[in-house]
Structure formats: C-alpha cells, structure tokens
Write a protein that binds this ligand. Structure first.
Ligand code: UD1
Ligand code: CA
Length: 419
C-alpha cells in the first residue's frame, strides 16, 4: 500500500477567538489544539506529518518543534490551496495522505485508522469522514448517487435548495491516494461562490475521472467539533472532561461528580479509588487502588500515590510520592516530597520547598505522626515512627522513633487583664 503521510491544516486566522495568539496554540486541558491533533495522528500510526502554517506560524512551530515538517500558506485562498502547499513533500510518494484540521482536536486515532483501512479495503481514491446533522447549515453537503456512492461535496454557499436539504455533512477529515490527489489539486479552480480553492472539489474531480470515492459516517459527532471561539473552546474542554472521566469509571474508579472532576490526559487511577468533587489531577499522575481523593484536592504533576491513601479536602500535592495507607486529610501543601507508608500528615502541614532560588526535598518515613500546622523547611529528613508536635517548624533532620517539638514555649501572664 505504500506509506501514509499526514497533512494538518493550520494556517487560518481564528478571528472569532479574539486573540493575539495563533488559534491552534490555545489549550484544552493543558495541551494545545494542534498538539492534540498531532498526537492523535501519531497514535494512528502516521509518523510523517506536514503541518501547513501561515498566520502566527512561529507560535505553531515553537509548540510542535521538529516533530513535524512545515509548509507555508501566505494567503488564505481556501483549503485546496492549503493542501497545495504540502505537495512538494508528497511528490514522488506512493500511498495515502490523511488530511485533518488543526482546530479539530477531539478526533480519535481509531477514526483515522478506519478511514485509512476503508480506503485500502474498498480501493477508494478518496475516503471522507461525514456526519449526520439535524442542522447542517454552514457545512459542505455530501452528494451521493441513487446507489449511495459519494459523488461530490457541495459547499453551503454553492448549494442548490435541494442540496441544502441534505443532512450528511463533510466533517473535515480525509484519506486520499497521494498521486491522484496531486493530479486533482492541479485541476482546482476558484470558480465558486467564495472564490476559493476548495479541497472538497477533489471528490467531484476524481469521480469525473472514474475513480472510486467513499465515506465513513462518524459514530461520535463530538469528534469532529472545531474550535472557532472561546465558547467552543469551553464546550470541547467539557466534552473531553466527560470522555476522560468515563474511561476512568469504566476502569472501576468512582467519580462522584463528572462535571467538577478535572482529570488531565495520561493519568492512571487504580480500582475502587473514589474521587470527590472539585478535584484536579494533572497529566502523568499515578494513583493506586482504594484511595480517596478530594473534595477540592489538587494533584499536580509528578505525583505517585500508592494504594489505600487518603488525600482529603483542600490538599495540594506536587512531585509528591505517597506511601501505602498514608493520610493527608486536610488543608496541606506537600511539594517535592517523599512520604512513607501509614504516615499521618496533620491539618495545615506545609513543605517549605522553595527558598526563593531553588526547590528542596522533604523526606518523611513510615508510621510518622505529624501534628497539625507543621512546617518542614526543606531540605529535611524525618525518620520512621516519629512524632512531630503540632505547630512545629522543622529545620533539622529527625531520627527514627523520636518526638520532635520545635515551637516557642507558651507564657501565661497571670492577671494581665485584671486592672
Ligand atoms: C470546510 C469544508 C466543508 C466542511 C467544513 C468542516 C472546504 C472548502 N469546505 O469548510 O465542506 O463541512 O470544513 O468543518 O474545505 N484553512 C487554512 N487555510 C485556508 C483555509 C482554511 O489553513 O486558506 C484551515 C483552517 O484554519 C481550518 C481548516 O482549514 O483549520 C478548515 O477551514 P474552515 O474555513 O473552517 O472550513 P470551511 O472552508 O468553512
Ligand atoms: Ca471551521
């Protein structure tokens, strides 16, 4: 079959975002729209990716670096013209090219694979992704013949009244035969209502040449939603939130409120763990089985939490390793720390990990009992079976089995308020 190359269109202006930045560098759950599309293309098994950039190209290049190749579109003359800019990379190649939009970030790798697989199995020169919309206004309509074969895509502004009745729309993801795509692009003209080179005209051009084209109807319409303004950015964030939370629930995690549980990509959570509302868990965090997290907890990057751990309300963890059965039940900041197993961290405990210049580590052993409102001035090491008195500010290491008290003695001035 030859190779599969990816082309991502990302030269558009994003006017409705009202932004000084490139639209595609805006983030959903900490990852730029364009990064999400590129990651998905890689996950679909496509390693050779060309991104067509234009407006604010340097910002897109700064984000993607050398993971992709770049083509440039200086004037926005339509999606066909955008793809033409990538042709120098496609010339002489045999195989398939998958074309996606940089502002449509929730498409799944499986969907891309299905497009490629169908184009090969059914020997199609173009396989497009489509969707059925109750309100198709604004989208390209998919024109099929009586036999159901895809014949053309007609843009809204060029459509006849009859064609506007069609509810199957072009979703904006395509798999083409490389050689025939190049030939068809050469035949594009801007003779249409918008004066643009339409990528979508390629379907009709191929059909006129007798080349077979086809379509897959996307199963989940949320995959093909694009981001054109801030409200859509929020909507897609919400869709991704539910999608990620559902995956964890399928794996045996209890989530009390899917609407206020913000789990970023690539988080591992063990079975029977319960996540209480208003909790944020950042990418890369690993949480064991049978833990309780939240409410109102913030588990930041670099945390590993073992089984049977309780992280209670208003706790912030960063680069924290927490041993089995340990409890951090309320109102603590534990950053750059290693805590052993079966240790209890009292309310209001803080690791003072930053001296204004560098970050330092706090290490606490197993079976320690840390009273309320303790400050650990890092770097500091606290042994096993230790007790730290409430209100202590710990600046020196504490040996195993010790009680450590580090606070001012209380003075009572008697009769102070008597006269
Ligand atoms: C396009 C399709 C339409 C489909 C719709 C799905 C064409 C002619 N029409 O509509 O059938 O229903 O997508 O959303 O292709 N871009 C560039 N340079 C350009 C023009 C566009 O980089 O000169 C990029 C945009 O940044 C965007 C993508 O291509 O990421 C699609 O452009 P957009 O204007 O949203 O699509 P339409 O032409 O409206
Ligand atoms: Ca769009």
């Amino acid at each position: 079959m030859g190779e599969v190359i990816g082309v991502i269109l990302a030269a558009g202006k994003g006017t409705r975002m009202k932004t000084k930045k490139s639209k595609v560098v805006h983030k959903i759950y900490g990852k730029e729209l364009i990064t999400r599309v590129v990651n998905t293309v890689f996950k679909a098994g496509i390693n050779d990716v060309i991104t067509v950039v234009g407006h604010k190209r340097e910002e897109v290049e700064a984000v993607l670096g050398d993971r992709v190749k770049y083509a440039y579109q200086d004037e926005l003359l339509g999606t066909g013209h955008t793809v033409m800019q990538a042709v120098p990379y496609l010339k002489g190649k045999k195989g398939k090219v998958v074309i996606l939009y940089g502002d449509v970030p929730l498409i799944r790798p499986e969907t891309i694979k299905k497009l490629i697989d169908k184009s090969i199995a059914d020997r199609e020169y173009a396989t497009i992704l489509t969707a059925i919309y109750d309100n198709p206004t604004g989208y390209g309509r998919v024109v099929r013949d009586i036999g159901g074969n895809v014949k053309a895509i007609v843009e809204e502004k060029d459509a006849t009244e009859d064609q506007k009745e069609i509810m199957e729309i072009n979703a904006g993801a395509y798999c083409f035969d490389i050689e025939e795509l190049i030939l068809a692009l050469e035949k594009l003209t801007p003779n249409n209502a918008q004066g643009e080179y339409y990528l979508t005209d390629v379907i009709k051009i191929m059909n006129e040449k007798g080349l077979k084209t086809g379509a897959i109807i996307v199963e989940d319409n949320t995959e093909i939603l694009g981001v054109n303004d801030r409200a859509q950015l929020e909507m897609l964030t919400r869709i991704l939130r539910i999608r990620i939370n559902q995956k964890h629930m399928e794996n045996g995690v209890t989530i009390e409120d899917v609407n206020t549980t913000y789990i970023y990509d690539d988080v591992e959570i063990g079975m029977d763990t319960v996540i209480h509302p208003n909790t944020t868990i950042k990418s890369g965090v690993v949480i064991g089985e049978n833990c309780e997290i939240g409410p109102n907890s913030y588990i930041r990057e670099g945390c590993t939490i073992s089984d049977n751990v309780k992280i209670g309300s208003f706790v912030e963890l960063k680069k924290a390793t927490i041993g089995e059965g340990t409890k951090v039940p309320h109102l603590s900041y534990m950053g750059d720390c290693e805590i052993g197993s079966k240790t209890n961290i009292g309310c209001g405990t803080i690791t003072c990990n930053y001296d204004g210049f560098k970050k330092s580590k706090t290490i606490i052993g197993d079976n320690a009992f840390v009273g309320s409102n303790v400050n650990f001035i890092a770097p500091v090491k606290v042994g096993n079976n230790t007790t730290i008195a409430a209100g202590s500010t710990i600046t020196e290491d504490v040996p195993n089995d010790a009680l450590s008290i580090a606070r001012e003695r209380q003075i009572n001035k008697e009769n102070w308020n008597k006269n």
